[in-house]
Design a protein around this ligand. Structure first.
Ligand code: ADP
Length: 274
């Protein structure tokens, strides 16, 4: 195609330059394809709840003399409206963390507060499944970063741990300081005894809208954007997120972030970890 035509024209300039040009075009194409896929995905995800809402509102009007049916349809409308709200909120979160600006409003953030906030966010869902949540090692630790973004990232990991686990299991959140060459890091890990993730899926779960089981994800109100948000938050903080998992046994997601006060928080925009 175009890339080959260009490479033929500039061939006399030397093969290194040609290779660079071809790679550039391929990268531009890839970015364009990712952008197109994203817009298609968003449109599709918006269509599902909006379509359902319009059908359900018609059904409510048709059933106006049947109070029981009205109540049933209204309940389903609420589910769809919540799904829509979640999706829009996560799209806003994602666009906020995706811009490559230096981290805004970075400050020392208490780890025990982040963990408490993440657990609060999931307490209701955990309660209905009788899932026990416990945390340890959080005292006296501070990470450097944007409080809202960090809370969203950890909250997403805990929410997933609860959502992808069977009833009466445990979700643990552990924090510790680890020494690293560029400055100390705080490691936050979320461990569940849930369904686990296959090696093949592990490579893709951090992509926007990728779900192992779309039906299961939707049933729990998942948008498929949560881990993409976590990954961007980690990167914009100069940290990383990794996953260990064993199918049928459970998963551990680990966030590594700069410790407040360590050498690592001095530059406002750090490169990711190696
Ligand atoms: P979702 O909104 O679907 O939860 P995420 O981006 O948070 O989207 O996660 C992507 C997919 O990764 C999920 O749909 C699920 O299949 C898988 N996943 C995430 N966390 C876990 C977990 N703790 N255990 C098992 N599977 C998980």
């Amino acid at each position: 195609g175009e890339a080959l035509a260009v490479s033929a024209r500039v061939a006399p300039l030397g093969s290194r330059l040609v290779l660079l040009l071809v790679e550039d075009l391929t990268e531009a194409r890839r970015i364009e394809a990712v952008r197109r896929d994203f817009v298609a995905n968003v449109s599709h995800e918006l269509k599902t709840p909006t379509g359902a809402l319009s059908l359900l509102s018609e059904a409510v009007m048709d059933a106006s003399d049947d109070p029981e049916a009205v109540e049933r349809f209204a309940g389903r409308m609420q589910v769809e409206a919540t799904r829509l709200t979640n999706l829009v909120q996560e799209l806003i979160d994602l666009s906020r963390v995706q811009n490559d600006d230096p981290l805004e409003d970075a400050e020392p953030v208490r780890v025990d507060e982040l963990v408490a906030e993440a657990m609060d966010r999931c307490r209701h869902q955990a309660g209905t499944k009788q899932i026990t949540m416990a945390s340890g090692g959080t005292a006296d630790l501070h990470v450097w970063g944007n409080r809202g973004q960090l809370a969203a990232a950890l909250g997403n990991l805990v929410e997933n741990a609860v959502n992808y686990s069977p009833a009466r299991t445990r979700v643990g959140i552990a924090a510790r300081r680890v020494a690293a060459p560029g400055g100390d890091l705080i490691e936050l890990s979320v461990t569940d005894q849930g369904i686990g993730i296959s090696d093949k899926d592990k490579e893709r779960i951090f992509e926007r809208f990728y779900r192992v089981d779309p039906a299961r994800s939707r049933a729990t109100g998942g948008t498929g954007l949560g881990l993409a948000i976590v990954k961007h938050v980690a990167a914009s903080h100069g940290g990383e997120v990794t996953v260990w998992s064993s199918e049928g046994q459970g998963s551990t997601f680990t966030l590594r972030l700069p410790e407040a006060g360590s050498a690592r928080d001095r530059s406002s925009h750090r490169p990711g970890l190696d």
